[in-house]
Structure formats: structure tokens, C-alpha cells
Design a binder for this molecule. Sequence first.
Ligand SMILES: Nc1ncnc2c1ncn2[C@@H]1O[C@H](COP(=O)(O)OP(=O)(O)OP(=O)(O)O)[C@@H](O)[C@H]1O
Ligand SMILES: CC(=O)C(=O)O
Ligand SMILES: [K+]
Ligand SMILES: [Mg+2]
Length: 577
Amino acid sequence: MAVATSDSILARSLITDRRSTNFGLKNEVCRGKVVPCRAGGKVKGKGKGRVEVKAAVQIGGLEEVKKAKEEMGLDVVSEEELREKGFLGMRKTKLVCTIGPACCSLQDLEKLALGGMNVARLNMCHNTRDWHRDVIKKINQLNEEKGFCVSVMIDTEGSQIHVLDHGAPSSVKAEEGSTWLFTAQKLEGSPPFTIQANYEGFSEGIEVGDELVIDGGMASFQVIEKVGNDLRCKCTDSGLFLPRAKFSFWRNGKLVARNSELPTLSKKDWADIEFGVSEGVDFIALSFVNDADPVRQLKNYLYMRSSRSTRVLAKVESLESLQKLKEIVEASDGIMVARGDLGVEIPYEQIPTVQEEITRVCREMNKPVIVASQLLESMVEYPTPTRAEVADVSEAVRQYADALMLSGESAIGPYGQKALSILQMASSRMELWSREENRQSILHQRRLGVSLPDRIAEQICNCAVEMANNLGVDAIFVYTKHGQMASLLSRNRPYPPIFAFTSDNGTRMALNLQWGVIPLLVELSDDDMEANISTTVELIRRKGLLKPGDVVMVVSDLTPTHINSTAFQSIQVKTVV
Ligand SMILES: Nc1ncnc2c1ncn2[C@@H]1O[C@H](COP(=O)(O)OP(=O)(O)OP(=O)(O)O)[C@@H](O)[C@H]1O
Ligand SMILES: CC(=O)C(=O)O
Ligand SMILES: [K+]
Ligand SMILES: [Mg+2]
């Protein structure tokens, strides 16, 4: 298959390559007549356009178009966005909100859904299972009754050395020069100058002279004496102990790595996972993954439980996980760059480059990536973000992260909805900017590498996106069972949005996390691709969202059940009439 430097060559090479069975393409690759155009040229009807694409089938006029079930189509938020901003104006970067006491009522959840929340995250570190169950119930209710499409993620507690909740007051101050006892012994109440750790072995291997850092720099201590398993420490840099403050130990400027001693999946985590499976959550995010083993273990478990539609995300938040990044990405269904805890384990100044690297590896290996923590941290208290926070959000969007996440900003802050609208506006703005930037220096797919197992599907999607960008089509329609083709298209970060039609609800909810993908649940035929195309185009057209002259690129990978059926993998360009 030719990789061309201009759309016309690409388009013609696709059209003339009708025999391309050696590439696994049994169907026609592309239908239509293409004349040369400049990159970014817009295809619209016949007028003065430099490109003319004729639809092989007159969409909309077909008698056999099935009456699509309204309730299964487009979610209300995407529909409204499309109506207001058109195809190109649709936001591509997905938004995750952590649900906490500040936003757990049905009304608050609805406002977040309306504000563009794609995934609701429940952090199992906090609150009771009944509380989490109640939130999940409300989200399901909103999806079913009001036409939203919000996926649910649970985030495990994982094992980490931290300060036990010390009850009121919520924070304790350590002054420089003061001496403190750190212990894992169970104590009555909160004795002064004493800090309780959650893990008995917290001081194993720690020596006098080591530095003990709280929350990655909130406060620092020097170990001056070891008494049994307890540590007596002198405060060298004053600061606060917040609830569940994290410990890290440093020696000669290097982290004394401790995470590998702790299980990634504790008994409580397994119980939380069991809870998540029984509640039918869409994603399970594993905290403190150090290598691929716990990810594989959980995926096997889900397979055995016949809960294959639950996707497993690995949180990268330890030094160890960075050393095993590729195997973790490969084993998981997606990654979260958990910058909060990562900042406890590596020096702050390394976070931006580490984030960029993780984002790059995920895209190369075709796994969605969430950038999380402190995106708009000051909004936990204040109604406006700092300019630096907006710049950080925009940088993550420019890096083409699949999703951005709010933590305390939505869970406990009074300005959660506003924080969400800032993520939404900042992403839309930066997406527009990057699109313009890319038009000038077209991103070559070579940069993505060719590392994926399904090379045919990968190549089809790469070419389809290049063609879609060059032709300036309005939307890409893809028909997919497990979401593979939709995610391969998303990986290329096309200019137009990707409407992914699937008959599998698990696939629909998982695709909610993928950049630029609008997942729709529809009944699809395994054998009749033309019927699928006309049904779905009609679904969007009847809502008044596709107009005559709009151009849709159609990509499919549905495997037919009839051996003689020709529909296989195909790219088609269709003009709505
Ligand atoms: N369900 C909840 N109930 C009460 N408080 C919550 C809840 N979820 C989050 N919070 C609060 O919001 C803050 C930020 O939430 P978040 O869950 O993102 O914490 P985190 O420490 O970044 O995550 P992790 O524990 O996974 O590292 C927490 O410190 C906690 O106070
Ligand atoms: C999100 C999370 O777990 C972190 O940033 O540490
Ligand atoms: K967690
Ligand atoms: Mg964390």
C-alpha cells in the first residue's frame, strides 16, 4: 500500500488498488472519484471544491433503512455539542472526574455529565462500599433515563506506606528542629509529636542519617535514632501532615525504593475489585503497579469471571513502574499517569518529561492514557485556576493525552463544575491550535512506529486517517466489535471526530476514554455492511446532524459470519445526498 505525500496520490492509489487481497482487503478499498487537492482542502458538494467525491450509494434515499432506535444512538451531550459546534468543533480530549462528597448527589452528577464528564472515578481509598454503590446507581440512572454516556472507574487503594488517619485536627504541623517519633505500633488517640505509619515494616532497611520526606516535599526529617522498628526523626524542613500523608526515604539524594516489598493487590483491593465487578464498572485502575504481573493476574481473573468487558488500567506512580513501563503498558488496557504519588517517588522536575514519555509509549502501543492529579489543584480552594495550571492542562492536550482527570477539584472542592468547564475549554482551544499547527507540518505516521500485532488493521487506519485529513471529511464512521479499529483510528489523532458504532455495550463504555471517539450503541449486522452504513448514517441524518454535501469516511472491520460474504475490512468515502 502506497504511503503518499499528497492526498491525491494516496486516494488514487487506494482506489486503483482494488485487487488488494494480498493486504487482506477483500472489499473495495475506496469508492469514488478523486481529483487533486491541497492538504486540508475541504470537501463540500460539487461547487468550487478542489475535490469531488461521489457517493456510490445515495444515503438517505434507501427504502431498506432500518428505523434506528432513538435511545441507542448518540448520547445527549455529544448530540448537543455537535449541533452547536459542528463536527470539527467536537472536543476530542476525554474528561474524568473523581466523585467525592462535594459532587455525589444526583443533581451534581447530572451537572458534571452535562459539563462533559466522560468517566466518573471512584477512589476506593475513601468512603464505604455502600457510598460508592449509591454513586454508581445514580450514574446508571442518568445514563438510562437521561441519555448520558458516562463510564465508571474504580481506583484501588493499593499498598503504600502512609500516615494513618489521625482524626481531627485534619492536619498536624511539624516545626523545624522539633523531634518526632514515627511508629507502626497501635496507639490510643494521637500522642503529641508521634506519627503512626500504616505498615509494620515501614522502617525496614532504613538507617540513621536517611532523609524522611512527607508527601514528596511537604515536610522533611532526618532519622536520628532507630529504636526497634520505630524511628526518631528531627524536622529539617517544616510542613504539614495531611491525612494519609505519604512517606518516602532518601539516601545520598536517591530514593530508597520500598514499593516492591508491598503487594499491589491487597485483600481489601480484591474485595473492592469483586465489588466493582458485581456493580458492572467499566474500568478498574490499579494503584502502585510495579510490574505487569498484577495487571495480568487481574485480567485473568476477569476472564475467568466472564467479565471481559471490564478494562484494566495501570497507574504509573512508582519508581519501579517507570523501569518496567513497556511491559506494564503492553499488559494493560490503558494507563494513568498518577502524578500525585509519582511526585513522591521521583523529583518534581522529572515529572514533565516522564509524562511526555509515558504518553508517547502509550500512543505507540495503542493504549489510552490519562494525565492525572493537580491539573487545577488551586481550584480545590479558589474559583479560578492559576495561569500555570491552565498551561499544564494545555500541554497535556498538546501531547495528545487521551484524557485529563480531576481529583480533589471535583471530589471535595466547591468549584468542581467550573473546574470541569475549564478543562473543557482549555482542551478545545488547544486541540484547535494543534490541528492548525499540524496542518502546516503534517505529522507522519512513521513516527508512530509499526509495533502492533494486527498490521493490516493498523495500516488501514493509518491510511484512512491520512486520507480523512487530506480530504477534509466531516466525520469518520467505524463499525467495531471490540473497539480495536476505533482505537487504531484514534491513535492517529485525526482532525474529524470518530463515530464508533458497536453492538457491544462494554466496548461502547470502554471507548469513552479514547481520544476523539464518540461511541454509539447500535444493532449491527455481521453480514450486511451496507445496511449498517445506511442505518447509522440515517440515525445521525434524521437528527438533522448530517446534511446533504457532508462527507463521511466509513471504515469497517466486522468479521462476517457467512464465508461467502465479501464485507471484510474496508475504507469508503461517502457524500450525503
Ligand atoms: N469518596 C470520597 N470520599 C471522601 N473524600 C474523597 C473521596 N474521593 C476523594 N476524596 C478526597 O479528594 C481528595 C483527592 O482525591 P483523590 O482520590 O484523587 O486522591 P489521591 O490521593 O490523588 O488519589 P490516590 O489515593 O489514588 O493517590 C482526597 O484527598 C480526598 O480527601
Ligand atoms: C491519581 C493518583 O493516584 C495519584 O496521582 O497519585
Ligand atoms: K487510589
Ligand atoms: Mg496515587
